[in-house]
Ligand binder design. Structure first.
Ligand SMILES: [Fe+2]
Length: 747
C-alpha cells in the first residue's frame, strides 16, 4: 500500500460544480494537500522541466487522513436469504469452470445466519464444504482434484434427519486418464441450516468482508430443499432442470440481466443478488453450442459469470476532500498534490470552462477513456526500472507493478491467466499522474513519457505560443456529443486517443461534417471500441475480438459486450477505420525509439501554404523534422499510422511528410497480416504520414499518426520545426476563414 494515494470521482469539472477526492493514508495520520495548475508534467531536467502554477484553494493545508483499502475480488452479494425451517435435507449446487485450482480453496456458494455458516466450493482437493455451527466445525474435502477450464457439476447436501453432510462432483466430460467423479459423506449431527441469513456466490462473506474468491465461471448456483439424494441434485444440475423431488429455495439465473449488476433469483423468494467488483458477464455457459455467438440471441447459453480474485469495480472509498470548484479557476490541467512524511502522489483532473467556448475556441481533448483503460497497467519490473531516475528527477517513483493492491488493467491478465475485460477509475490509477515517467527513455536526453505527463507538451506548447485553450475530456464528449464540440473552432487530441465509444466517435464525426477543425496529435488512435457501465463511464468493458495488437484475445463466443450486447473489437473491424475520421490509422508498432520525418512534395501544395509560414527554408521536400524528441529521440516512433484511401482516407488528402522506419523492431499490425510474410513493402506499411485534408463546410483535419510526435514539440524551447508546424496549423485552424473544398476538373 502506498503511504498516500487516492482517486477522484470525475475527470472533469466546471467552476461551480463539486468534485470529490478519495484519499487513502497508510496507517492514517496527517497529510498535506494543495492544488496547482499544471503547465508541463515532464520531470526531465533536460526538457522544459516540471512546471505548475499554484492556485488558491480553501482546503490547502493539513488534513486528517485515514487508511482506505481496495477490497479486490468479484462476487455476488445476496443480503437476505431465508432457508426455511431446516427440517428437510438442503442442497447447494452449481456448475463451474474453474480457472485457478492452484489458488486452493475458493467459495462457490456461501450462506450464513443464526450463528451457522456454510461454505461450499472447490480447492486443490476438489469440492469442499465447511459447516461452522455453535457446536463445532465440520470441514471436508472430497479428495479428488478437478480439471481447470472444464465444466463440472458440484453439490453438497445436508440431511438433518441422518446428520450427514455429503459432497459430490461430476465432470460434464469424462477424462480418460483419471476419474473425477467423486462422492463423500461425513457426520454433522449437531448442525441445523435454517432461518434468515445472507448468501454469497463466488466468495465467502463474513463480518469483515469477502474472502476465498472464486476464479472461473459459475453457472446456475442454487439451493434446494427436500431433495432425494445428492445423485439427484447432480443429475438435475447437469440437465438444467429443476429437481423433481425438491423445492427451490433460490436459483440464480445469471443469463438474466446480463448488462446489469443484478443476479436474478428465479426462485420463490426472489433473493436477488448484486454483482460486486465487476465480474465478467455474457460468458459462454456449459450449454453453449458454438452455433450462435451473440448472447442477445439466446441468453440462456451465456448463463455463466467469470469471477476473478483480482477484479475491482468501485473501490467505494469515503470522500476525503470535497469542494466546489471556484469560479476563477481557468480551464486547464490541474493536479491535487498529496504529501505524507515525504511520500507523494498527485491526482490529475481537468477544469472546463463554465460555458464551453467562453474562454477559448481551441480545445484540448484529454483522452480520459484511454487514461482509464490504461490505468494500473502493470508491467513487470517497471517500478524498479524507473525508480532511480525518478528520484533523481524529483518525480513520483511508484509504478503499478509495485502496487498490485490497486489492481490490473486490460493490458494485463488476471491471476487465472484470463484477459482483463473491465477497467475502472474508482480506484487509485497510480500511473496516470503528472511529474511521472513511465520508462527509461532510449535516447540519452529523453523523458520516457506516456499519457497525461506526455500530453502536457501539447498544452505547454499552446501556453507558450499564447494560444488560449480550454480542456475537455472524452467523458464530456461522450455525454454531450457534437454539441459540445461545436463550441470550438479547433479540437486537438492527445498522444494516444486509442479507446472510443460509439458516442465519442459519432460526436467527432459530426463535428467534422459541420466544419470543425481537428488535429490528431497521436498514434494508434480511434482503435478499440469500449462500452461504458450502465451507470456511467467510470467503468468500461473491452472485448478484444478478432484482430488488433493486443495482449489477449476474447475466447470463442465471448466477443459481444455484456454491457450493451454490441460486438467488440477494433473500430476497423466494426466498419469505422481510423482513416475515415482522422485520415490515418494504425499500421506499425515497434519499440519506443523515435525517428525523423521527411517533408514530401505535398508540403508545397498551395492548400497547405499556411504550414510553411515563417519556415519556408525548413519546410520543403526532402528536409527533415522531428529528428530530436523527448520521447524516444524522434517524432516518428512507437505506434504509427498511415494514410490509406482503401480504409477511408479521403482521396483529396495531402501527405505533407512521411517517416518510413528501418528499425527492425517495427512490424506490421496484426490486422494487416494474412500469412507468414509481410503484406506489403516496408515503405507501404512501416510508416507514418503527416496528413491534411479539408472536410465539408470549411473544416479540416491534420494528423501526425505517431505516438512519439509530441515529444518533438519541446525541442529548442518549443521552437523546433515540429513545434512551429503544429503552431502554424493550430493558428490557421483557429481562423474562421473556411477551407475551400479542393475541386479538380472532371475528366
Ligand atoms: Fe495503446
Amino acid at each position: 500500500m502506498l503511504p498516500i494515494t487516492g482517486y477522484v470521482d470525475r475527470w472533469s469539472v466546471r467552476p461551480g460544480e463539486e468534485i470529490n477526492f478519495m484519499i487513502g493514508v497508510r496507517g492514517g495520520g496527517r497529510y498535506r494537500a494543495r492544488i496547482a495548475r499544471v503547465i508541463c508534467g515532464d520531470p526531465n531536467p533536460q526538457g522544459p522541466g516540471y512546471r505548475e502554477i499554484p492556485v488558491s484553494w480553501a482546503l490547502e493545508g493539513e488534513h486528517d487522513g485515514k487508511e482506505q483499502r481496495v477490497a479486490k475480488g468479484s462476487w455476488i452479494d445476496i443480503p437476505l436469504l431465508d432457508l426455511g425451517t431446516g427440517e428437510r435435507p438442503i442442497a447447494f449446487a452449481a456448475t463451474i469452470w474453474p480457472t485457478l485450482i492452484a489458488a486452493d480453496r475458493q467459495a462457490v456458494l456461501n450462506w450464513r445466519g443464526g450463528g451457522v455458516a456454510l461454505t461450499f466450493g472447490i480447492g486443490a482437493k476438489g469440492v469442499f464444504c465447511r459447516l461452522a455451527t455453535p457446536e463445532g466445525l465440520v470441514d471436508v474435502d472430497i479428495g479428488v482434484p478437478l480439471t481447470e477450464r472444464a465444466w463440472h457439476d458440484i453439490a453438497c447436501l445436508f440431511d438433518p434427519a441422518t446428520g450427514t453432510l455429503q459432497l459430490a462432483q461430476a465432470p460434464r466430460k469424462a477424462r480418460l486418464d483419471r476419474d473425477e467423479r467423486a462422492e463423500k459423506s461425513v457426520s454433522a449431527k449437531s448442525a441445523r441450516l435454517s432461518g434468515v441469513g445472507a448468501a454469497a456466490v463466488a466468495a465467502e462473506h463474513s463480518g469483515d468482508g469477502a474472502h476465498l474468491h472464486f476464479n472461473g465461471k459459475i453457472e446456475r448456483p442454487r439451493i434446494v430443499a427436500g431433495v432425494g439424494g445428492i445423485g439427484a441434485v447432480l443429475a438435475t444440475q447437469r440437465i438444467g432442470a429443476a429437481t423433481s423431488s425438491g423445492t427451490i429455495i433460490a436459483e440464480w439465473d445469471l443469463s438474466i440481466g446480463i448488462p446489469t449488476d443484478m443476479a436474478a433469483d428465479i426462485g420463490p423468494a426472489k433473493a436477488h443478488g448484486r454483482c460486486v467488483n465487476l465480474p465478467t458477464r455474457a460468458m459462454t455457459g456449459s450449454r453453449w453450442t458454438g452455433a450462435c455467438h451473440r448472447w442477445t440471441e439466446e441468453p440462456a447459453q451465456w448463463g455463466a459469470i467469470h469471477f476473478h480474485n483480482d477484479d475491482i469495480g468501485d473501490a467505494g472509498w469515503t470522500p476525503s476532500l470535497s469542494f466546489i470548484v471556484p469560479k476563477d479557476w481557468a480551464s486547464g490541467v490541474y493536479a491535487l498534490h498529496l504529501e505524507k512524511d515525504g511520500a507523494r502522489d498527485n491526482i490529475v483532473f481537468y477544469v472546463r470552462a463554465a460555458i464551453a467556448g467562453s474562454q477559448a475556441k481551441v480545445a484540448f481533448l484529454a483522452p480520459t477513456f484511454t487514461y482509464t483503460i490504461y490505468g494500473q497497467y502493470q508491467k513487470k519490473g517497471r517500478e524498479a526500472l524507473i525508480a532511480e531516475r525518478s528520484r533523481a528527477w524529483g518525480a513520483l517513483a511508484q509504478a503499478p507493478d509495485g502496487h498490485p493492491e490497486y489492481g490490473v488493467s486490460p493490458y494485463n491478465f488476471h491471476s487465472d491467466g484470463s484477459g482483463v475485460v473491465m477497467s475502472t477509475m474508482r480506484r487509485p490509477l497510480i500511473d496516470k499522474r503528472v511529474n511521472q515517467i513511465h520508462l527509461v527513455d532510449p535516447s540519452p536526453y529523453g523523458s520516457g513519457l506516456y499519457w497525461i505527463a506526455a500530453d502536457s507538451y501539447i498544452t505547454d506548447l499552446l501556453t507558450r505560443k499564447g494560444i488560449d485553450f480550454e480542456v475537455i475530456t472524452d467523458h464530456d464528449v461522450h455525454a454531450e456529443g457534437a454539441e459540445l464540440l461545436s463550441n470550438y473552432a479547433v479540437v486537438l487530441t492527445g498522444q494516444h486517443p486509442e479507446y472510443h465509444t460509439t458516442e465519442t466517435l459519432d460526436a467527432l464525426g459530426a463535428y467534422l461534417e459541420n466544419g470543425g477543425r481537428f488535429i490528431y496529435l497521436g498514434g494508434n488512435g480511434f482503435y478499440w471500441k469500449v462500452v461504458p457501465h450502465a451507470s456511467g463511464p467510470w467503468a468500461f468493458e473491452l472485448r478484444r475480438a478478432e484482430g488488433g495488437i493486443r495482449l489477449w484475445a476474447t475466447q470463442p463466443g465471448e466477443s459481444y459486450h455484456a454491457f450493451d450486447g454490441s460486438y467488440g473489437g477494433l473500430w476497423r473491424r466494426l466498419g469505422r477505420p481510423p482513416q475515415m475520421l482522422a485520415g490515418v490509422g494504425f499500421s506499425t508498432q515497434g519499440e519506443y525509439k523515435g525517428f525523423p520525418y521527411t517533408f514530401l512534395d505535398g508540403i508545397l501544395d498551395p492548400r497547405v501554404a499556411f504550414m510553411r509560414e515563417g519556415m519556408e527554408g525548413n519546410a520543403k521536400p526532402g528536409s527533415i523534422l522531428g529528428e530530436r524528441g523527448l520521447m524516444g529521440g524522434g517524432a516518428a516512433g512507437h505506434e504509427l499510422d498511415r494514410a490509406d484511401t482503401s480504409l477511408g482516407t479521403p482521396a483529396h488528402a495531402i501527405i505533407v511528410g512521411r517517416a518510413v522506419l528501418e528499425d527492425p523492431t517495427y512490424q506490421p499490425v496484426n490486422e494487416e497480416r494474412y500469412d507468414h510474410t509481410w503484406p506489403a513493402a516496408r515503405e507501404d506499411i512501416i510508416r507514418s504520414d503527416l496528413t491534411f485534408f479539408e472536410t465539408p463546410n470549411g473544416g479540416a483535419v491534420f494528423s501526425v499518426g505517431s505516438m512519439n510526435f509530441i515529444g518533438a514539440l519541446p525541442i529548442d524551447n518549443y521552437d523546433s520545426v515540429a513545434a512551429r508546424l503544429i503552431t502554424n496549423i493550430v493558428t490557421r485552424f483557429a481562423n474562421p476563414a473556411p477551407f475551400p473544398a479542393p475541386r479538380t476538373a472532371n475528366v
